[in-house]
Design a protein around this ligand. Sequence first.
Ligand code: RFL
Ligand code: PHB
Length: 393
Amino acid sequence: MPQRHKTQVCIIGAGPSGLLLSQLLAKTGIHTIVLDRKDRAYIEGRVRAGVLEQGTVDALEQAGVAERLHAEGLTHDGFELAFDGVRHRIDLKALTGSAVVVYGQTEVTKDLFDARFADNQQFFFNIDDVVPTELKSDQPQVHFTQDGAQHVITCDYIAGCDGFRGVSRAAIPNDVLKTFERVYPFGWLGILVDQPPVSHELIYANHAHGFALASMRSETRSRYYIQCEATDCVSDWSDDRFWEEFATRLGPDAAANLQTGASFEKSIAPLRSFVAEPMRYGNLFLAGDAAHIVPPTGAKGLNLAVADIRLLSRALIEHYAGNDHYIDTYSETALNRVWKVERFSWQLSTLMHQFPENSPFERRMQRAEFDYITESEAASKAIAENYIGLPLE
Ligand code: RFL
Ligand code: PHB
């Protein structure tokens, strides 16, 4: 016989989406159980995003987990685009009045876990065989196993926050779910190194050899990326090979300040654009990477996940207060924003990378677009207002 549990909202996935949802719901007394196939240490160790929009910072504040973010996050009023070594600064503050904050996803996750543990949140970690069922009924269920024992949770709602490879999206019948996808013909090789950043702001560079990005985690820790072959392995890239290629792509001007050293993390991520529609099926809601993926060029993945959670937490809180308007419009409202963020991430990726199929014509088109951005305040502003984050709705 399975062990039976009951909650209001069963949250599948303890990444930033699932943790933030449980934290925001707990603030208004809504009970959740959070499940993950991994454990806390593994989830906190995943090195991913680094740039937070103001709307994301606001949501973390509302959740009561922004103290360290305010103390340690680095506010950036701008960033640079570079093309064959020519640099152009996008002045976010002057163009939009807003800025972004550099603070790692690992830190966001740690802050959320600390808050959920302090609140005695019920978690099940290291679980397998997760299956959401009865989605169209008013008592949906989530079945899973832990250490060989079977469990079933009965709830009012299921939040599918289990990332791109999770099971929630797959629980929506094929004749209902529509998916849209573009897989890019390259990956990003990223390293972490304890050296001061090459520049105090981010630099996104397009060079004949491919894309490079200079980012950071703090004033003493740098996060650098280069475009690589989709088929490359981390072992193909020694630190020496990375540094040589990275400096070439940044251009001599920016690379003059580059301080190299031994990397302590190195990983390759594929690039993909993906959207699943709808984001609600019966009493299952999708949020974050479970519903959509963007290529990392616009720094949007985590921010988009947080935007979904702002909408979903409001929908659930209003539902328990007797108002179903937001729960009924969640999917449509979220997708409306998702597609605009997909467009920006795709456009910036298209502008900044070398595509194997590109002819010299496409390369000239990229250069012409870059020149236009450098000369037109309107074009720079269009990038800036997307980068700092579009309105929630
Ligand atoms: P996550 O973080 O993938 O968490 C999903 C959780 O679900 C668990 N899970 C399951 N649990 C139970 N049952 C199952 N069957 C399950 N299957 C999976 C997983 O173990 C995991 O704990 O999704 P979430 O919470 O939606 O968060 C999304 C963000 O993690 C993601 O969008 C960002 O990291 C994307 N991203 C960036 N976003 C930004 O906003 N700014 C950036 O600068 C940025 N840079 C990046 C990025 C992603 C990258 N990679 C590696 C994909 C840079 C990189 C390199
Ligand atoms: C990062 O610091 O990891 C980062 C920053 C900006 C991006 C993507 C990743 O666009």
